[in-house]
Design a protein around this ligand. Structure first.
Ligand code: SER
Length: 319
């Protein structure tokens, strides 16, 4: 059967770049983008798009049948900070969308599922440095609880029903094309925009808050790599730890100053500080590296240069 992919949440930060990359590789008509609203021009022009509500099973089923979909990447979710404002909605979206997709796979209507988990599955009682794959997990955010429960369900559907579901625990993802929304790690994207536009940034986390992060190109590479791997190399069917770089607001600011010497940062921690403090500072992703050959390519310096260059070009086009 010809590979045909449905991306749910294709207009979000990761979904939009994943859609473009998968279309480059597989051809535009093999990748159906979908979301609850339309996305940016580049995405909308790049191939087929369907409006879909991820919590509505029948609307997903209709699209799966219409396009003879074989794989779903479920990228729709409510992230950590917004989830704390709307706990019921976050739970409903994050869990029901996953059940919809897992059930489609269980019923044999699709063959493969990608579902992202997050560093938010960990909590204050987890070892914070080099957090192991298997460790204490007592998440304190609704988002984290939904991701941890989701991991258990992924493993359950794999073991009980043979569903080929693959998952990675994304760290904070940094990119310049589409903004993130409602996450605790969003500061590490905002800081680059503000550095270029205004030369200063007020950070909502304190200066020494270290968190695991990753540049978008590495996140996309990991996503495609785990989905392309032979099924028997995927030995963990809950979700894989995945890491690239860890840094603090102070460190990212120092790196930006190398290109924009007058850049100023001030700190005004808000409710997101408590969320960040409950998460790991660095992640041990040995198993992803061993099982399916994951490796990252962007460090803080390369990422900073890439972000500043691309945002400068993007802004000059707007003027
Ligand atoms: N980037 C996410 C957040 O901050 C973590 O997965 O909520």
């Amino acid at each position: 059967m010809k590979k045909k992919i449905l991306i749910i949440g294709a207009c979000g930060q990761i979904g939009s770049e994943l859609t473009l990359k998968l279309r480059d590789i597989n051809g535009q008509n093999s990748i159906i983008a979908s979301d609850i609203r339309e996305g940016n021009k580049e995405l909308m022009k790049s191939g087929p798009f369907e409006l879909v509500n991820a919590i509505d099973y029948n609307s997903i089923l209709t699209i799966v049948e219409k396009h003879q979909i074989t794989e779903i990447y479920l990228m729709a979710a409510m992230l950590s900070a917004t989830g704390e404002k709307f706990p019921d909605k976050a739970w409903e979206l994050n869990m029901n969308s996953l059940f919809n997709v897992l059930n489609l796979a269980k019923e044999g209507k699709i063959q493969k599922v990608f579902w992202p988990s997050s560093i938010a599955v960990f909590g204050p009682s987890t070892p914070q440095e080099n957090t192991p794959q298997e460790t204490i997990m007592e998440p304190t955010t609704v988002y984290g609880i939904s991701k941890q429960a989701g991991e258990r369900w992924c493993e359950y559907y794999h073991n009980k029903y043979g569903v080929d579901v693959r998952s990675i625990r994304y760290p904070g993802i940094i990119s310049w094309k589409t903004n993130p929304g409602g996450g605790t790690t969003d500061y590490a994207v905002e800081i680059y925009h503000e550095a270029i536009l205004n030369g200063n940034y007020t950070c909502f986390l304190s200066e020494n808050t270290k968190l695991p992060m990753m540049y978008m190109d590495d996140a996309i590479e990991a996503t495609m790599k785990i989905m392309d791997a032979e099924p028997d190399t995927i030995k963990i069917r809950s979700s894989y730890n995945l890491a690239a770089i860890s840094f603090t607001p102070k460190e990212i600011a120092a790196e930006i100053k190398k290109s924009i010497p007058n850049f100023q940062i001030t700190y005004q921690p808000d409710s997101r500080q408590q969320i960040a403090d409950s998460w790991p500072k660095s992640i041990d992703d040995t198993k992803a590296r061993e099982h399916w050959g994951w490796k990252h390519t962007f460090d803080l310096k390369k990422m900073t240069n890439t972000m500043l260059e691309n945002l400068q070009i993007k802004n000059s086009k707007k003027l």
